[in-house]
Ligand binder design. Structure first.
Ligand SMILES: *Cc1c(COP(=O)(O)O)cnc(C)c1O
Length: 393
């Protein structure tokens, strides 16, 4: 099909040309005297992205999933208990991984469409008087449902009952798009990846670990090797890695971090809030449809999960958009398969890209018989964009 494929899945996201060019490099010796400069540039740059001075970022040749595993295997002892709220496919997968690795998992079942239930976390921790819960797991942005959770409120809840558990946060689809503050929010492990807000191809698992969690990792006895934090710490001190890193991806990461810092993280967050609000205007006001996120407090500024009306199949909208209009929309996963399609509006995105996503979704919905008024979504989104600005969002 002529022209570009328009990519609006919430990861992998669009890679800016600057980052693409930065990755076209010859291979080089990853033990050369010079190589450490690249490693250190990436690690130090990531500290700014995580907003940390006390934390230690690690870059694994992996994806976000690998960093979930690294967090559990490094910081916990065999059979330890973790507490996690499940409200979408990604929180489900992390809980499932913890169980498959042999940890005890206490799950707070939460309706899909809501975010982290702060009071229920607090109650579960308060009831745990023997402190058998060793880690509290939370998904900052549930990509399956387009739901954002309040991580500082969760930190405050943990502190209010003086519980010593580690706070582990999945920020795979939030970091570098919406605010994240490792030190200020008292996060012990933040898990992320290269292919969402960081505007890169998949291939790097990106994580940050607090001093408290690193200390626990020194004595924890859960088996791990490839994902061992200790091996990383020793090699990273001079910018090197325990094994062969992906050199093009590191050059790309360095460039992506430079772009984010040039724009300014606060401006990046304001842009995401503004773009997301325009897409929501299309959904709620233009089409008169519902989001999977049930209340404004849960609305995600990186991905919108849009409910198709009863009796229609969201998978058909996605298939039509792809085959007829060369546009990739995100699928509904697991429990919401067929009920939602998703528009990712994170990373290297702007107003006209979001209008294109809205236009493609709109015509694909009309094609499969969903009764939305032609032009209504585009009109609502464009009105929002014309009458607001990112600063004011
Ligand atoms: C994408 C995603 C993951 C999985 O990351 P991979 O890089 O695909 O391993 C985990 N959590 C959330 C919230 C995600 O959006």
């Amino acid at each position: 099909m002529a022209g570009r494929n328009f990519l609006f899945v919430p990861g992998p996201t669009n890679v800016p040309d600057r980052v693409l060019r930065a990755m076209v490099v010859p291979q080089e010796d990853h033990r050369s005297p010079k190589f450490g400069e690249l490693g250190l540039a990436c690690i130090n740059g990531l500290k700014k992205i995580f907003k940390t001075e006390a934390g230690t970022p690690f870059i694994f040749p992996a994806s976000g999933t690998g960093c979930w595993e690294a967090a559990l295997a490094n910081c916990l002892n065999p059979g330890d208990k973790v507490l996690i709220a499940r409200f979408g496919q990604f929180s489900h997968l992390w809980a499932d991984m913890a169980a498959r690795l042999g940890f005890q998992v206490e799950i707070l079942e939460t309706p899909w469409g809501e975010g982290a239930p702060i009071e229920r976390y607090r109650a579960a921790l308060a009831a745990d008087t023997t402190h058998s819960i060793k880690a509290v797991l939370a998904t900052q942005n549930e990509t399956a449902t387009g739901v954002n959770s309040n991580i500082p409120a969760l930190r405050a809840a943990i502190d209010s009952v003086k519980h010593p558990a580690l706070l582990m946060v999945d920020s795979v689809s939030a970091l570098a798009s919406v605010d994240f503050r490792m030190d200020e929010w008292g996060v012990d492990v933040c898990v992320s990846g290269s292919q969402k807000g960081l505007m890169m191809p998949a291939g790097l698992g990106i994580t940050c670990v607090s001093a408290k969690a690193l200390e626990l990792a020194k004595t924890s006895t859960s088996p791990r090797c490839y994902f061992d934090y200790g091996d990383m710490v020793r090699n990273n001190a001079t910018g090197y890695f325990p094994y062969t890193p992906s050199i093009p991806l590191l050059y790309g990461l360095k460039e992506a971090i430079a772009m984010l810092l040039e724009e300014g993280l606060e401006n990046v967050f304001a842009r995401h809030a503004y773009l997301a609000a325009g897409v929501r205007a299309a959904v709620l006001e233009g089409w008169g449809l519902k989001l999977c996120a049930t209340e404004p407090q849960w609305y995600s500024d990186t991905v919108s999960a849009i409910m198709v009306p009863e009796g229609f199949d969201a998978a058909k909208v996605i298939a039509r958009a792809y085959s007829q209009y060369n546009t990739s929309l995100g699928a509904g996963l697991s429990k919401v398969a067929g009920k939602v399609f998703r528009i990712g509006h994170l990373g290297d995105s702007n107003v006209v890209m979001c209008l294109a996503a809205v236009a493609a979704a709109e015509i694909a919905m009309i094609d499969v018989g969903i009764p939305v008024t032609p032009g209504s979504g585009v009109a609502a989104a464009s009105t929002y964009y014309r009458t607001h600005s990112p600063e004011a969002a």
